[in-house]
Ligand binder design. Sequence first.
Ligand SMILES: [Ca+2]
Ligand SMILES: [Ca+2]
Ligand SMILES: [Ca+2]
Ligand SMILES: [Ca+2]
Length: 347
Amino acid sequence: MVARFHNVATATRDASASPEPARALPRRGTRSGLCLTALLAVAACGGGGGGGSPSPPIEPPPPPIDPTQPALRFTEQAANAGLTRTWGYAHAPMSDPEFMASGLAAVDYDLDGDIDVYVAGGDLAPNRLFENQGDGTFVDVAPDVGLDLVHKGSGPTFADIDGDGDLDVFIGAVEDDPYYLMENRDGTFVDVTPSSGLDIFAPNTFSAAFADYDEDGDLDMALAHWGNPERDDTETLWRNNGEWTFESYSRQARIAETLIDSSDPEELQIRAPAFRRDNSFTPNFTDIDSDGDLDLLMASDFRTSQVFSNDGDGRFTLTTDREVIKDQGGWARRSWTTTTTATSTGS
Ligand SMILES: [Ca+2]
Ligand SMILES: [Ca+2]
Ligand SMILES: [Ca+2]
Ligand SMILES: [Ca+2]
């Protein structure tokens, strides 16, 4: 069983990055060519046959393509759709975790067939849950359902954590602010964090992912703790023990001992060993080696993104190929922040 909601893929890019190449222009040109061929064929048929039923009306060819214009345009509609909110912190200046945290979940939280949006609000304004009205507009219902939390929230992640058919949510936080595990009880969310066993010492929890990595029928959780000092338990993997309780399993799973890895020699020139810390931004479960079990990818800062292969016995083996899994090492250059993975369908 895999979590029903995943993060959206993105990566930071520096200002000097080259623009994406123009898309699909040759294909559109081909379409014009086909229309022209069809036009000539119809004209030849009508001129030579005579009599019979009248020829169908001929659609005019599409206008010429302007290569200077994008093929697809978007117009800002957030305010018209009711998607307005306030974000920020009560003090200044912002710390690095505060600057990079927050985020949203685009998810059908009420399972009525349309996508709603849950947005973290910082500690100046409550988190908002924008319920899709089905007509292009959204209404904030967070106060009605118990999700109008005021905290330095980050990476809200919805999943059916207790397997009862509705979506629950975990919301991380930074700078030792409260994080929340919220159970969906008939449409109202109840804070079950105090009795959940989620005693997280890491000051920053940026994001989460849910999946049944140990194949025992319930959703387990992985967390990313950018900025957490190196310690024995990295608090990365949390095993679901049922009844809304979790147990830190990073050490037993052999993730804690290898998560903070400085094997990249180029990175060692930038980051002194004294600064070893957890630099992970986003966890993601997927069967990356196609052997039938869920592996764990940690997208991280400063060239420390990692791939952990599931050994099938509750443990993981670090299998990062640093020639493949790499970035430009932070410091205003390109770094992975969040990611998603998918299985190719061949289409
Ligand atoms: Ca919905
Ligand atoms: Ca549920
Ligand atoms: Ca499980
Ligand atoms: Ca696998």
